[in-house]
Design a protein around this ligand. Sequence first.
Ligand code: NAP
Length: 267
Amino acid sequence: MDLGISGKRALVCAASKGLGYACAEALAQAGAHLVIVARNEAPLRAAAEQLRSLGPATVEAVAADITTGEGRASALAAAARLPGGGAVEFDILVTNAGGPPAGDFRDWDDAIWHQALNANMLTPIALMRETLDGMMSRGWGRICNITSTAVKAPSPYLGLSNGARSGLTGFVAGLARQVAGSGVTINNLLPGTFDTDRLRSNLAAAAGQAEMALDAYTAKRLDAIPARRFGRADEFGAACAFLCSQQAAYFTAQNLLIDGGAYPGTL
Ligand code: NAP
């Protein structure tokens, strides 16, 4: 299916690996020009090379920490290096950052909470603030925030994620409706359990907390997923590209859960 976004300019955050990379890949396959961001230069460069090999899209790699003002400024400035770009002119924004650590609420002091809120709530809000007016003035834009299944069903060990991402979700629920008449959509993508580096480190931490062997704990987690497997990142990327498509123009303010049926609710 032609998604109608060939030549659009996309900023995909935290995109050298995992879900962010998969979103970048699906957007590149749809013909979008990309700025991708991650902190570590070598994997980021490798990711950019891989994306360039997929087709004619221009891919700019920005090695930066997206949770800092300076990092965001470098990422936004890179729009000018894309075909047809100018300062801060993205048509598509995919927000993402590393998730906060698992743990016990007793161990989280104010500094740890501020870090989680900054990465998983305030950073996406700052990026939307910087890009939305341009999208609205051009009458077209797509914003996808990578959040988590934790906003539908909290995870006992990921309280920082449950809290910070729910704050973002509440903010987006209002903002998306405020800008819906301007041709800009804002949606959240909620990953269930996807096979990425992040999942592997979370599984190890959770197995330790549950005092179980990793294999046994992983099998228990798989048992709780009706699809009987973890998600593949490319499946997530395809959903992101669809939400960024022309065809998805009437989807806004939605929270799309992709979890192999794990969430047990009817809605
Ligand atoms: P991942 O495989 O660990 O990949 C994380 C990516 O983000 C890497 O490219 C990493 O590169 C980049 N990154 C991390 N912090 C960054 C920062 N401050 N600035 C710029 N780039 C940064 O993780 P993932 O599984 O794709 O997860 C992505 C997000 O989805 C996380 O917030 C995670 O909590 C959430 N999530 C994942 C799952 C799952 O099952 N995988 C489920 C629910 C929620 P560098 O380290 O080089 O910066």
